[in-house]
Every structure is written in C-alpha cells, then in structure tokens.
Design a protein around this ligand. Structure first.
Ligand SMILES: Cc1cc2nc3c(=O)[nH]c(=O)nc-3n(C[C@H](O)[C@H](O)[C@H](O)COP(=O)(O)OP(=O)(O)OC[C@H]3O[C@@H](n4cnc5c(N)ncnc54)[C@H](O)[C@@H]3O)c2cc1C
Length: 432
C-alpha cells in the first residue's frame, strides 16, 4: 500500500470506466481506485446535488458497511447522521403492540447504517472526490456501450464522444443501457405489483401532537405496523429531529418509476382505512411536497451480469433490482463493486475477462439468494396469520441471517478467487 491519506494498492495498469455515480458506481470507483486501477467515473447529472438532494431512508447492513469502514473518515461521518436505534417495535395495524426485535447482537457483525439516502450518498461522493485520483466527470450521459477483441478493450459513447478502457462497469440503476449489450436484447423492468408512499420531514409539528410526540421526543425510534397487504414503517432520526415513514401497498399501476413523483397524503390515507390513529395522524402530519409515490420495479434474475467478451460488467440495480423488504439493495450494490475491483486486482491487466467471469461466479448465487428475501419478508408481513403470530410474535420478525449480514465481500473474493477461477477453467475445458 502507498502511505498516503487514502492508501492505494500498487498500480495495476488497468483502466476502468464506471457509468453512474449512485452507490454502486461510487463504491466500484472507490474500490477500483483503492486497488490500484485507474478510474474514470461518468455520471449523467451535471450537478451531484440533483441526486444527493433526493430520497429518504436507505439501509446498509454490516455486509455493506464493512466497505465504508475501509474508506478513511466515511463510516464515522455516516454514523453521525444515521438512526441510533438497536431495535424495531412491531405493531398490529389496529394499534396493538406485538413484539420488539432486537438488533443488538448484530454489532458483532459490523455497523448498521440507516439514514437519509441523499445525505449518505453525499458523504461517499465527497470521499470519492477527496481521494484526488478518480477522474469524475459529471454531465456525461452514456448513450452506448461496445467491446472489441482487437484491440481487447471496452468503451462507451458519452455525449457523442467515444471513450475506451480495459473494462467498463455499468452502474446506471434500474433503467440500464449497459444491460442491452450484456443480454443482447432490450429488456425493461416490470412492475412488482407494489408501490411505496415515502416521506421524510422535520419533526417540529409531530412533536407538538400528543399522539405522535412519543415517536420523536425521546431520541430516535423505529416502528412497524403490519396489516393485510400493507406494511408501514416509521422512524425518527438525528435525536428525533427528523421523521420518516414508508408504506408498501398493492400498486394500481398508475405511476411511473421515479424517486420524485409527488404523492398526496389524502390519497395515501385511502389505503389506511381502519388503521390505528397514530399511523393515520403521521400521514396527515406530512408537510406539502414531502410525500413521494414510488413504483417498485422488479426483474427476474438476469441470465448473466457480464457481456459476451467479458469486458463489460453490470453491477447494482442494473444487474439486480431489490425490493425494499429485502433491506439489501444498497448493501449488495456495494458488495458488487468490492468484488469486481478485487477480481481485477487478482487477474491483472492480462486477463480481464477471467476477472469478470470470476466476479459473476462469486456474486450470482449470493445476490439472487438475497434478492429472494424481499418477497419472502413482504409475504410474512402482508399475509400474516395472526392466530399464529399472537402465539409466536417472532413470526413477523425480519429475517436476519448471518450468511448474508456477517460477511466481508473483499475477504471472500480474495479467499475464493483461485478456487472460482479453477472451476471456470474446468468448465471451459469440459465444454471444448
Ligand atoms: C435519485 C434517487 C433516489 C433514491 N432514493 C432512494 C431512497 O430514498 N431509498 C432507497 O432505498 N433507495 C433509493 N434509491 C435507490 C437506491 O439508491 C438503489 O436501489 C441502490 O442504492 C443501488 O444503487 P445503484 O447505484 O445501482 O443505482 P442508482 O442509485 O439508481 O444510481 C444510478 C446512477 O446512474 C446514473 N445514470 C443513469 N443512467 C446513466 C447514463 N446513461 N449515463 C450516466 N449516468 C447514468 C444515475 O443518474 C444515478 O446516479 C434512489 C435512487 C436514485 C437514483
């Protein structure tokens, strides 16, 4: 490692273009930089505030935050603005308390960071800039991807100009163009059949409402209310000074996928007939302009994450959009970048396709196993058999599995790289 403020492994000579500066793209860019690759990061928005000003609650579990802990200063900055809770209180939608799920034992696995998506994103973006070695270009909309055998390279067309590198990482989110070249056909995300109302706002008015005050006056809190086909989660953050809520409901299909589509509290309330006053009051307390109506898109697992010549890799939501009930979309997008950067380091510049194939093999089963947990948790809540739940409240606890959460993707990639490459080589020989 070089002895600087931001240590880097020795230069590998590998040039990388990363498309998209969301969590996946930033993590890939930072990890590639850390591991000695030379990185150009292209993001379509001309000013990063266009994306860091948007969003509400996002969650990183220990398997995602373990990477942040390796980026000097990042995890502490994140934790300073993250929710300070160690349990989730779950209620029946008519108001009766059901169970408290503790996460205290998970501190042994690493840190959980739950906070404002835009603010957390801003911390990571500023870290990427501060490193000083990543070529970050905003206002660059990638229109096309290509890869060639002679010379062996990949590239993009951005704002009409061609850029080439040894490898391209497509991290453009659910509406990825890179997916077309990887799959060989255009494939649009489909509706999950669900949508989410989401809100985040200062808690001053909430604190004045006697019914709602307990949510915010004693520091941070975290509650869930479970009803038929709907779950409602709310929390307070920054010592109770800000409050957020989200609820997932069956989608009538009338909204476009967007993080900025405005919602109306009176429309949200129509889904909450018969729900307890605390939930309804919190929705009513949402200030104008603070409610988003977000359609949840989903996609069946892609057959592959890498292009035919194995020079372009999909990561993050481009490769695998998650439902919020998995609570893993953001963490998995971080793992992707960590693993890809590690594989490139191990392969060296001479064998980049091998690195991408190893990346896919290391990620594919794990990502899809994690992805499948989203619908499982949703069904566990939305279709709860209350006769059974009252006898055994743990039936509605979030599933928190050590294989998923107590996991260091970098260590796993380094440990298993040789084994995975040997398997790939054996598969290749068997096919000849
Ligand atoms: C504005 C916004 C707000 C969000 N808010 C929340 C939230 O509140 N809670 C939550 O759980 N999740 C939220 N998400 C989703 C969440 O961030 C992702 O599901 C997860 O972090 C995986 O991120 P990703 O980097 O794969 O994709 P994304 O976060 O979608 O990032 C993709 C990036 O690629 C850029 N991009 C897209 N196309 C191109 C192109 N052609 N050329 C160049 N750049 C391109 C986009 O501008 C974006 O910065 C939000 C996403 C966005 C974009």
């Amino acid at each position: 490692m070089t002895d600087t403020k931001f240590p880097r492994h020795p230069p590998t000579g590998i040039s990388v273009i990363v498309v998209g500066a969301g969590f996946a793209g930033l993590a890939a860019a930072i990890e590639c930089d850390r591991k000695g690759h030379s990185v150009t990061l292209l993001e379509k928005v001309p000013s990063i505030s266009e994306i860091t000003a948007i969003g509400d609650i996002i969650s990183f579990d220990p398997n995602g935050s373990v990477a942040f802990a390796r980026w000097p200063g990042v995890i502490d900055a994140m934790e300073a603005i993250a929710r300070q809770t160690k349990h989730l209180d779950l209620y029946h939608h008519e108001g009766a308390f059901v169970t408290r799920q503790s996460f205290a034992h998970e501190t042994a696995w690493g840190r959980r960071i739950n906070g404002h998506r835009g603010q957390l994103h801003d911390i990571i973006y500023r870290h990427a800039v501060a490193r000083g070695t990543i070529d970050i270009r905003l206002g660059q909309r990638v229109e096309d991807y290509f890869e060639t055998d002679d010379p062996p390279q990949a590239g993009v067309v951005a704002n009409g100009a061609r850029l080439v590198a040894d490898v391209v990482i497509a991290a453009e989110g659910v509406r990825s163009r890179g997916r077309k070249i990887v799959l060989g056909f255009d494939e649009n995300p489909k509706s999950s059949g669900y949508a989410v109302y989401r809100a985040w706002f200062p808690s001053d008015e909430v604190a004045k409402n006697p019914l709602l005050a307990p949510l915010v006056v004693n520091g941070d809190t975290h509650q869930g209310f479970i009803g038929p086909d709907i779950h409602f989660l709310c929390s307070s953050i920054k010592g109770g000074k800000e409050v957020n809520w989200v609820f997932t409901h069956i989608d009538d299909g009338n909204i476009e996928e967007s993080w900025q589509f405005p919602g109306k509290p009176e429309e949200a309330l129509t889904y909450l007939d018969g729900w307890c006053p605390i939930v309804r009051e919190l929705v009513k307390a949402t200030p104008p302009g603070r409610l988003i109506d977000h359609k949840l898109v989903y996609r069946d697992p892609l057959p592959t994450f890498i292009s035919p010549r194995a020079r372009i890799a999909l990561i993050g939501d481009s490769a695998h959009p998650f439902l919020p009930t998995s609570i893993q979309g953001a963490s998995q997008s971080i793992e992707d970048g960590v693993v890809l950067a590690s594989c490139l380091e191990r392969s060296g510049r001479a064998d980049i396709p091998r690195a991408l194939r190893a990346y896919e093999k290391l990620r594919y089963a794990r990502v899809h196993r994690a992805q499948a947990m989203g619908p499982q948790t949703r069904e566990r809540w939305h279709k709860a058999d209350w006769t059974k739940v009252w006898k055994n409240p743990e039936l509605i606890h979030l599933v928190r599995e050590p294989w998923l959460l107590n996991f260091d993707a970098e260590k796993d990639a380094y440990d298993r790289y040789d084994e995975v490459v040997a398997e790939l080589d054996a598969d290749h020989k068997a096919r000849l």
